[in-house]
Design a protein around this ligand. Sequence first.
Ligand SMILES: [Zn+2]
Length: 106
Amino acid sequence: MFIYEYDHEYGEDKYGMVGKPADPFQENCRLNIQCGKCHQQPMVIAERNVMDVNRDDSTQYQIVISCPYCRTSDEFFVNQGREGKISKAKRAHQRITPADVIKKDN
Ligand SMILES: [Zn+2]
């Protein structure tokens, strides 16, 4: 009920919000983790979807990652239940941290 009220009031605005990047898991970033199927790395972030608003007002995101070698996709969640909590990758069962994001050179 509480979460529904929040979505209703602020949900739309948060979708288009660009300021303040709370985490480095942005689309097209490469992640220094192995594919759960072919064990190549890196994986690439294909999608970043808003899932929910947590009780602490942080936004939960589903991050879809894709293997450029075998096209297998995997997913994990950022701010899962509370700000800063990152789930394991669903298929690969790997723990993911912001340090796994490979910084772009440009
Ligand atoms: Zn693969």
